[in-house]
Write a protein that binds this ligand. Structure first.
Ligand code: FBP
Ligand code: MG
Ligand code: MG
Length: 341
């Protein structure tokens, strides 16, 4: 089709750049786009069919599972089970990882870790939500069942990651380590089409994003940073504007396009932070770095963290390079002041 590149075509074009590519990763990306279209259909008609509200269970995160959390989880697991490229998965919604125990899948080279529905608190109020995914090569031998070690790899080992944003339009954004590209779903043809080639995150911006309800229970350096953003100083474009959607995917997507910083710190109530390292932070950190941004715990690079547990949480400071560097500087400065005091 003149001038339009579909996701499928783009994946095949990029695959051709890797002489030894077998097509398995390409098929996984296509499986993800198909499952995303099915979930998108459910999201779009959520108010018309009985899929709003809570499912009635509490998940391993201690959260009330929403019906759409479960539906999205099932749709993606179904997509991952069939292809044969994937030997196992881990989902934010499931207590344990799943090793696919059939002959074809046992020979699959990859594992997928995912947050099937991100922004669950926004489902019922028709605010943008998403899906986040992360793909690794297995470390266990082919032919055997996938293992916990396959799931607990450092973020630096990702071969691909991305997210789907179910918003005013539906987008799929991903990276295989050669830049970041965004595709918009054209409902009239049912195809994701290249709309945001080679995405670059601006180095700085006037947008900051944090649930300020946590300001009194996080560390001083962060309060000082938010205070800096809110100071009146026209020459530096301050006060900056606060933006907080409450769906990580949507807040991240805005930062990717317009620049900005998203902060979800550890607090006295959540000493580890809230967001999940392997389902949420690693995949977005991979995208952020590929687009020229940064992702840290406030002290350490997210992608360098060695995961120890499936549902491990971490503080997250992600976004424009200069903004993340500035808040890290303040965190260190005030932590040292506290020590010296
Ligand atoms: O309500 P809070 O504490 O601000 O947390 C909002 C954050 O929690 C999340 O909803 C957690 O993700 P899930 O919806 O997948 O559980 C993020 O999307 C969002 O950024
Ligand atoms: Mg989430
Ligand atoms: Mg979720």
């Amino acid at each position: 089709m003149q001038g339009v590149t579909t996701l499928h075509e783009f994946i095949l074009e990029r695959q051709a750049e890797f002489p030894f590519a077998t097509g398995e990763l390409s098929r996984i990306l296509n499986d993800i786009s198909l499952a995303a279209k099915i979930v998108n259909r459910e999201v779009n008609r959520a108010g018309l069919v009985d899929i709003l509200g809570a499912q009635g269970n509490v998940n391993v995160q201690g959260e009330q599972q929403q019906k759409l959390d479960v539906i999205a989880d099932e749709r993606f697991i179904q997509a991952f089970k069939t292809g044969g490229e994937i030997c196992g998965i881990a989902s934010e919604e499931n207590d344990d990882f799943v090793a696919f125990d059939n002959e074809i899948s046992r020979n699959g080279k990859y594992v997928v870790l995912f947050d099937p529905l991100d922004g669950s608190s926004n489902i019922d109020v028709n605010v943008s939500i998403g899906t986040i995914f992360s793909i690794y090569r297995r470390t266990s031998p082919a032919g055997e069942l996938a293992t916990l070690e396959d799931m607990l790899q450092k973020g630096t080992e990702q071969v691909a990651s991305g997210y789907v944003l179910y918003g005013s339009s539906t987008m799929l954004v991903y990276s295989t380590g050669c830049g970041v590209n965004g595709f918009t779903l054209d409902p009239s043809i049912g195809e994701f089409c290249l709309s945001h080639p080679d995405m670059k995150m601006p180095e700085t911006s006037r947008l900051y994003s944090m649930n300020e309800g946590n300001l009194l229970i996080c560390e001083e350096g962060i309060r000082q940073y938010i205070n800096f953003c809110q100071q009146v100083d026209p020459p530096t474009g301050r006060p900056y504007s606060g933006r907080y959607i409450g769906s990580l995917v949507a807040d991240f997507h805005r930062s990717l396009i317009k620049g900005g910083i998203y902060i979800y710190p550890d607090t006295t109530l959540n000493p580890e932070g809230k967001l999940r390292l392997i389902y949420e932070c690693n995949p977005l950190a991979f995208i952020a770095e590929q687009a020229g941004g940064l992702a840290t715990t406030g002290r350490k690079r997210i992608l360098d963290i060695q995961p120890e547990r499936l549902h491990q949480r971490t503080p997250l400071f992600i976004g424009s390079k200069k903004m993340v560097e500035q808040v890290m500087g303040l965190i260190e400065e005030y932590a040292n002041k506290k020590i010296d005091a």
